[in-house]
Design a protein around this ligand. Structure first.
Ligand code: NOJ
Ligand code: CA
Length: 597
């Protein structure tokens, strides 16, 4: 692969966030394996417990605070803005909100570069605003999960300022340094760096420091027990305020060999895998569990699930006492770096991961997040004719799979990619630094922009579309990132009034999931695995069985119902007015059916 192609692709697919998806072929599971994994009718043992784990039954709404609601006209979403919209969140039926980082930050990576873990970013408000938000959520029965970003801090954190000032600083060992008199450090790659170099020379102490994300995100040294205790105390600080859990950012990368041995074979393509699961990773997690988490009834979710199913289990096997669940990158990774994707790949990936947790452990499910394009633009069809049915289908899929669904804010409306045409419209460090790198290498800027239109993270970060007023009701000022012009039709106010909207379909799907534990716990069995257009599966728990049929295409399709399945004319969910019947179902484009059997 040429440098140019790397420059084009790496910043876009965020290799650190996606490259850990490669599974050894030996772990590929077929539908038949899935069937073998659990006997039909067998239930997860949790169902038999008196008190099920709340985090298995909840649906998580991932909320990007910068883009949700601005309350003071500065163009940036904030905590008071979220508090103004709590009744909306309640109306969705979601049980948990995961907030992307709201801590003090210079915003090199939109809050994933934290300068004070116990302060609220002034743009987002005050600690009083946070306390009010937490109270308001809890009053409505909604839990709050916060991002925990401790693979790295900001270079503007007091720890780093002190650490870089002198080699004898008490905070020096909170970070990784390579003294320049030892020569150039062994190669390490970085995902956001304009030169892809994870070592930044710092003249103040004539040393290099390590940053596997941007140079404003120096990596924290987890080999240092003092640093680990600092993190434990930060966690306790927020848990004692009453929050309900953490999403652990980039956690699979925290463990490193501090001697930085040469890594032969390390390349720009494989470095994420190479950094994964360093020494003592699971010791650190067990220590966190023992010291902190075991004292609270909260949930934890790891971003990323290791390189394979075995590693994923190490995070979430309950007997190991580490984390509660993990979500894999392989689902959102399907179709990355190409204009299309194969439905059979999507089925294979979700089926494989379901089977991995059929007996033990638990996983999160998502089709989009703040690091991905909009799910309807990627996995559906965002043209005016099919945006709504395909968004409904994707929400149906997420809410009828086994695991905890993570719904990314705006997907309940069917929000789409924005199609920026100039680099000046982008705000994401990945897009901007990737552009610098490309320019320095004389790469093809038009091709880069085309690729950004499809894959940039800013696609999912555009402001939430509330109504038809200026800037979609997000702000009275100038929004920090442009509003998608389709807000005049795709917005909460209009959709709320339309019983057939994507929004009201989402609410209905949420009710169906809450009313039917079979959709949470039931055994999943893939049907018709090779069908390139139809994704069909059953969910079974005890005597209850449900058939889900999803036409993943913008064409009408017919689907012969397996002879073992008897339909009874009932549907819990249908995104069209008519319910197909007979032994061969005639499905409308993007039709999504959930039928009790
Ligand atoms: C993963 C987060 O989801 C992403 O947004 C961020 O850029 C990196 N971790 C670095 O914190
Ligand atoms: Ca604001």
């Amino acid at each position: 692969m040429t440098h140019f192609r790397l420059a084009l692709i790496l910043p876009l697919c965020l290799s650190l966030l996606t490259a850990c998806n490669q599974q050894p072929a030996t772990e590929t599971t077929t539908a038949a394996d899935t069937t073998a994994a659990t006997t039909p009718g067998q239930t997860d043992t949790t169902v038999l417990n008196k008190k099920p784990d709340w985090w298995k039954e909840t649906v998580v709404y991932q909320l990007y605070p910068r883009s949700f609601q601005d309350s003071n006209g500065d163009g940036v979403g904030d905590l008071k803005g979220i508090s103004q919209r709590l009744d909306y969140l309640k109306s969705l039926g979601v049980g948990t909100v995961w907030l992307n980082p709201i801590y003090a930050s210079p915003n090199d990576d939109n809050g994933y570069d934290i300068s004070d873990y116990r302060q609220i970013m002034p743009e987002f408000g005050t600690m009083a605003d946070f306390d009010a938000l937490l109270k308001g959520l809890h009053q409505r029965g909604i839990k709050l999960v916060m991002d925990l970003v401790v693979n790295h801090s900001s270079d503007e954190h007091a720890w780093f300022k002190s650490a870089r000032s002198s080699r004898t600083s008490p905070y020096r060992d909170y970070y990784y340094w390579w003294p320049a008199e030892k020569g150039t450090p062994p190669a390490r790659y970085s995902t956001f760096d304009v030169k892809k170099n994870a070592w930044q020379y710092d003249s103040l102490t004539n040393s290099y420091y390590l940053h596997i994300f941007s140079k404003k995100q120096p990596d924290l040294n987890w080999n240092n027990p003092k640093l680990r205790q600092e993190v434990h105390n930060i966690m306790r600080f927020w848990l004692d305020k009453g929050i309900d859990g953490f999403r652990m950012d980039a956690f699979q990368f925290v463990a490193k060999d501090p001697t930085f041995p040469p890594m032969p074979g390390l390349t720009e393509q494989n470095f994420a895998n190479a950094y994964n699961h360093g020494p003592h990773l699971h010791d650190y997690l067990q220590e966190i569990n023992r010291e902190v988490l075991s004292h609270y009834n909260v949930m934890t979710v790891a971003e990323g699930a290791g390189r394979n199913l075995t590693e994923a289990h190490l995070f979430v096997d309950p007997t190991r006492k580490e984390l509660d669940m993990t979500y894999h990158f392989e689902g959102t990774g399907v179709g990355s770096n190409s204009d299309t994707y194969k439905l059979t790949d999507l089925k294979r990936v979700f089926t494989k991961w379901d089977s991995a947790f059929a007996q033990k452990g638990w996983q999160g499910l998502d089709l989009g997040n703040h690091d991905q394009p909009r799910m309807v633009s990627k996995f559906g069809d965002d043209s005016p004719a099919f945006r709504a049915p395909s968004a409904k289908l994707l929400n149906t899929f997420l809410l009828t799979m086994r695991g905890t669904p993570y719904c990314y804010s705006g997907d309940e409306l069917g929000m789409t990619n924005i199609n920026f045409t100039t680099i000046a419209d982008y705000r994401d460090v990945a897009a901007l630094n990737g552009y610098q790198l490309l320019k320095s290498q004389g790469g093809n800027q038009a091709a880069y922009l085309k690729s950004l239109r499809r894959f940039s993270r800013d696609n999912s970060r555009t402001p939430f579309q509330w109504d038809t007023t200026a800037h979609a009701g997000f702000t009275t000022g100038t929004p920090w990132l442009k509003v998608n012009p389709n807000y005049l039709t795709v917005n909460e106010a209009v959709e709320d009034q339309d019983p057939t909207s994507v929004l009201n379909h989402f609410r209905q799907a949420m009710r169906v999931r809450q009313q039917h534990p079979v959709l949470v716990y039931g055994q999943y069995q893939l049907l018709d695995a090779a069908n390139p257009h139809i994704y069909a599966y059953t969910r079974t728990q005890g005597a209850e069985k449900v058939l889900v049929v999803l036409n993943f295409s913008s064409e009408k399709r017919s689907w012969p119902v397996p002879t073992t399945i008897k339909l009874n004319g009932k549907a819990w969910l249908n995104n069209y007015p008519t319910l197909p019947a007979g032994s061969v179902l005639q499905l409308a484009p993007w039709q999504a059916l959930v039928m009790p059997l």
